[in-house]
Design a protein around this ligand. Structure first.
Ligand SMILES: [Zn+2]
Length: 147
C-alpha cells in the first residue's frame, strides 16, 4: 500500500474502528478505543496492521508438521508476545521499538519491562543499542503470533 487508508472494524468486548494510513514515510493510525484515543498504537491497530502486513500463504500439512517438530521452548508465552510485539512494531513503524513502547503496549511497570527485556537480552533473543532500540535476534519463524 503506497497510499490510501485502511479502515477496519475490530470486534472484541466492544467493536472499535481502526484506521491506518501512510503519511509520507510514516504510518498514521487511529483507533476509537480509549488507548487509541490517547494516541497509542493500541492492540487493535496492531491487529489490523498485522492482517495488512502479513498475508501468509496457506501452509501445507508438511510445513505444519515441521513446525510442530521443532517447537522451541526458548521463551515463555509472555516473552513470545514481547518478541512478536517488537517484530510487528518495527515492521509497521519502520523504527525499532524501545522499552517505553513495550511498556505502553503491555501496560507494564518500568521495572517489569526492564526485567523482561534484560532476561531476553541475556538469552540473546534480543539485542539493544545504547540508544535503547530493540532488535530481534531470533528469526520470524520462531516468533509466535501476537495475541
Ligand atoms: Zn484500539
Amino acid at each position: 500500500m503506497k497510499s490510501g487508508r485502511l479502515v477496519a472494524q475490530v470486534t472484541g468486548k466492544q467493536a472499535y474502528r481502526v484506521s491506518i494510513w501512510i503519511n509520507g514515510d510514516r504510518l498514521g493510525y487511529v483507533c476509537s478505543c480509549p488507548a487509541g484515543a490517547d494516541g497509542d498504537f493500541c492492540k487493535h491497530c496492531v491487529a489490523v496492521a498485522i492482517a495488512w502486513v502479513e498475508q501468509p500463504p496457506p501452509r501445507t500439512t508438511s510445513e505444519l508438521g515441521a513446525n510442530a517438530n521443532d517447537a522451541n521452548v526458548r521463551f515463555t508465552a509472555a516473552e513470545g508476545q514481547c518478541l512478536a510485539f517488537v517484530y510487528y512494531f518495527t515492521k509497521v513503524n519502520r523504527r525499532a521499538a524501545t522499552i517505553s513502547d513495550v511498556r505502553s503496549f503491555f501496560d507494564l511497570a518500568q521495572i517489569a519491562a526492564a526485567t523482561l527485556l534484560d532476561s531476553l537480552e541475556q538469552r540473546r533473543l534480543i539485542r539493544r543499542e545504547p540508544t535503547g532500540a530493540i532488535h530481534l535476534s531470533v528469526s520470524r519463524a520462531e516468533i509466535p503470533d501476537l495475541e
